[in-house]
Design a protein around this ligand. Sequence first.
Ligand SMILES: Nc1ncnc2c1ncn2[C@@H]1O[C@H](COP(=O)(O)OP(=O)(O)OP(=O)(O)O)[C@@H](O)[C@H]1O
Length: 313
Amino acid sequence: MTLNTGPGIPGEPAVEVRDLRRSYGDYEAVRGISFTVARGELFALLGTNGAGKTTTLEVLEGYSPPSSGTVRVLGLDPYTQGALVRRRTGVMLQEGGFFKELTVRETIDSWRSFISGAQPTAEVLDRVALTERAGTRVAQLSGGERRRLDLALAVLNTPELLFLDEPTTGMDPEARRATWRLVSELKAAGTTVLLTTHYLEEAQQLADRVAIMDRGQLAAVGTVEEVLSGHGTRITFPLPAGVAVSQLPFVLGESPTVTDGTVLYTVARTAPALAALHGWAAELAVELDGIEARNASLEDVFLELAHEKAETR
Ligand SMILES: Nc1ncnc2c1ncn2[C@@H]1O[C@H](COP(=O)(O)OP(=O)(O)OP(=O)(O)O)[C@@H](O)[C@H]1O
């Protein structure tokens, strides 16, 4: 038997997931998902709470086997070939298990002793902007600083593939941006990154491709642009003075929603919709001040999914 321990077959994806299912007892948390992550790509797994993101990541990291389906990480089976996979990957978990009495430097030093070819401690501290906190005990770190220490440990072995489970949860905006910079640098240096996040802006900023997970299934996979296409344009304007909601027209067959005096239409085609609205306004001799048309955002897609979820409950 020959084991594939090298850098992998050129063109072979970094991650390949086929029909993955994973159950906890009777409960199926992941219900038949398939996706691939190419080498060098930054892929974001987005989802509502309990969608199955962490469960998927745990299978990819080799902590649990699939209930059915297959996963390959760097061409290897992460469950049965865990040691080989771990040598070439970095993992940042949602809750790092630190010894709270150790300082930041001692924590990094102790992890370094397990890794051959680990980066120097000073360099790692600098990369995650923790140099000034090197002598601080882990117990005294803020939530965001602990996440940065998690990240430091995940990149210690200069991994080919990095798994980040909600990397910026608990960080203030400045720390979040610093983490985004670090993740972007790693990607620029050729690291493949698979991250989960609740922050849509994070996915929009960083990801080459995103997958939206909902109730154990993938609702959409593609570039942000691809995922947003098909979700229409949002046209909004303040309800004109003297106009009743019942007077608002159907536009391209769509009825509006009115929230706090703002009218919203979601339409497939922008120009004819705007023309129809201006025609309607001219007939009523009212002004459409403040009318705006914008593409759907990831947030809109999320809200639609949440809405569908509430309706199917
Ligand atoms: N060990 C477990 N035993 C039983 N059920 C579990 C277990 N771990 C997770 N679940 C359930 O499986 C589902 C998916 O959980 P998972 O943590 O994968 O979701 P998630 O998308 O990561 O959610 P979040 O964004 O809230 O972290 C949830 O309904 C959760 O309650």
